[in-house]
Design a protein around this ligand. Sequence first.
Ligand code: BGC
Length: 879
Amino acid sequence: MYALTYTVLLGLSLQAAASPVIDPRQSSQQAFSPPWYPSPAGGTSKSWAAAYQKAAALVSQMTVPEKVNVTTGLGNSMGLCVGNTGPVPRLGFPSLCLQDGPLGVRMADKITAFPAGITIAGTWDKELYRQRGEGMGAEFRGKGVHIMLGPCMGPLGNHPAGGRNWEGFGSDPYLQGIASGETITGIQSQGVVATAKHFIANEQEHFRGGVNAISSNIDDRTLHEVYLWPFQDSVKAGVGAVMCSYNKVNNSAACQNSWLQNNVLKDQLGFQGFIMSDWLAQMSGVASLLSGMDMSMPGDGYYWDDRNPMLGPRLTESIVNGSLPISRLDDMVTRIVATWYHFGQDKGYPEINFSSHSKSDYGPLYPGSNNPEPSGHVNYHVNVMGNHPQLSRKIAADATALLKNDKDTLPLKKPMKIGIYGEDAALMNPGGANGCGDRGCNKGTLAVGWGSGSTDFEYLVDPLSAITKKAESYGGKVSSILFNNATAQMAEDAKKQDICIAFINADSGEGYMTWEDVVGDRPNLNTQNHGDEVVMAVAANCANTVVVVHTVGPIILEKWIDNPNVRSVVWAHLPGIESGNALVDVLFGDVNPSGKLPYTIGKSLADYGPAAGIIYDHSQNSSPQQDFIDGVFVDYRYFDKNNITPRYEFGFGMSYTTFKFGQLVTRTRAPISALPDKRPTPEAQPPVYHSTIPKADEVLFPPGFTKINRMIYPWLTAANVTKGPYPYPDGFTTKQPLSEAGGAEGGNPSLWEVLATVSTTVTNTGKVAGAEVAQLYLAMPQVGSITFPLKQLRGFQKVLLQPGETKQVTFDLTRRDLSYWDTVRQNWVIPGPAVGVMVGSSSRAIKCQGVLQTVQNGQSDGKGKGKDQGKGKGKQGKF
Ligand code: BGC
């Protein structure tokens, strides 16, 4: 049995509304997610109004089976993409192509394998976040994909060994939020619909799906302040699609969780697009739809290729027999069609020109039909790469974090004898860079993780080739010993070199693939392929050892990090297609490193706390219960709270130059109210339909219709539709009040108002140009029994500075930035009378700090004039 010694109740807050003090650890109830109905209709936002009008005009002409077709996948591999919806040819509405993934176009050629999410996050560069999004958007569009299945912001990284953390943007909600928002803006600027996934709390791969999927048990405050935060940024950025996840949340499957989808996503956040299921994450038919899910992917039922859909003909039947209100179907299809119009896909959108299932020019159009016909020209090999390899090289170099650099070993000063050690330095997979399907193995240099979040490599520049080319350009010589078990030879060779570079890595990925003992999630945070032995053999024999790390997340470095011969550690993440070139740029100083860690590197897995552990074993025939007992104290917040010294802290990264920070100046709008303005009235009204429920004989297959084998169709084969009472979920008939935190896309607009600004200066005090990331952390005052992290990131700015140059950095703080989620008031609340502000070069290197006056007694209208609040101390100290 699970020790349910505390409850992680979304509902607890409601039930406990009478009591302002909530300690979820004191409850012994089972985690439970309360009902929230009905599902809010889309079409309430002004910016989407034109698209909803067009959609209404089209949808009002559709028959029920046509509407159903738009909401249902045709079945696994029943089209050229990983997801293919049913078309409405009569009205010119196409089959939509949904394709992975978060770092590029999966299963296609002539594309760019961009640096992974965790890598771009490490640049801490908003402009690059957006440019990468634009680049990926252009590639998906060029291939004819309507809906890109990314970016990924869940998992967020509560478990440092989580298999898919690398697809997203690091273990801090604010960082994830900014990166997600900018990425989405970039993707969607190209007319491609982005998908914010996986909604929500999909933190581990073990037990990720099925009826006994893991339950992520999360309290209401943690949900809002941590896991939902980046989804809120995504909705604010206008994201067109959200993917509900495989896991349960508080014991209700994410795709049929009415609290999360109806209340949180569609009402509170005002999401205007559509929710698709993750592939087979749907666990019910009508119940999922009543709970807000809008599209079923890939259309099959509980199992791959079972062609036993929960929507398709069953949805048609549920309309005919009255189980699902037709207004819900109208909303589902309107949301999808409106999204298509909103991004201009009705005008001149490229045709899909590649196949996920074949490398040949010609092939089957519906490979999942088990039938080679119909077939056609499927692969046109359209090159969509543009200048994205150059962009990828810049991103990978700018993301690289220099973690150690004793005696200024880096940048390299044209060493004549360079020794390269370890498999991770070169292309070692006998099958080539794409030798393992979906990159599901760790052989040779690591440049992306595995699973649906990976792509093929059109090419991969490996470190050994790039370093060799560079060395040859000035007459240097490179020797290499690549097999990790050849440590004796490495030790001998290392003695002869001016500089030794040891390569190590750690890989992980999606849980449907296993490599050695990595079943999606890593079993530990160790280097893989005996990387520690490589470093130790080399460092024992070479006084100038540089360690290069390619990794999906934190690695424990303790076996050798304090060895004085390990002069430098270069954290290159997952660099993508231009890996070697980007590394050379940093090693030789053409690029001054400016990457900062998007997570904490601890000294052991245990440092991250018990709740950061993955549940690997569970023998019972039930859902494992993952209790998020650390609440908002994720990653560095946990280390800070528990006074644990990390090896390298969140936000850390060195440079070849040095920086100095100036004094802190804070400015607030006074007075500040604790609560946001009242929820505004909707800017637009959802379309109203006068749909009639057809009779069963009106939704039969059209006479003479020729079926494609194993395709999911919306029509019924016989008119014998069963009628009878449908077991509506508990709470279905209780209409819930709308959230005061909602009212517009991204939530109550008042949450996005800038209430304070903080500024300081950064000066380059060294001899070479370089970029510094100024990071702003807030320290909230305790409110009753509600405690806060010692610091939480609420701003960052990257500034490029010439030697001697000074620039001002200014951070805008919105109402949401200054608020916590009050579970009793069910709203964002700013604590008072003041919050601490810290600006530094990492989460532990605070350079200047001050205090921001917030909510004063008796001040509540939230309006006021700007006012300088004076200067901080300009040096580190305690509040
Ligand atoms: C993954 C999703 C992916 C989908 C389609 C699922 O297994 O969890 O992230 O988009 O497959 O490939």
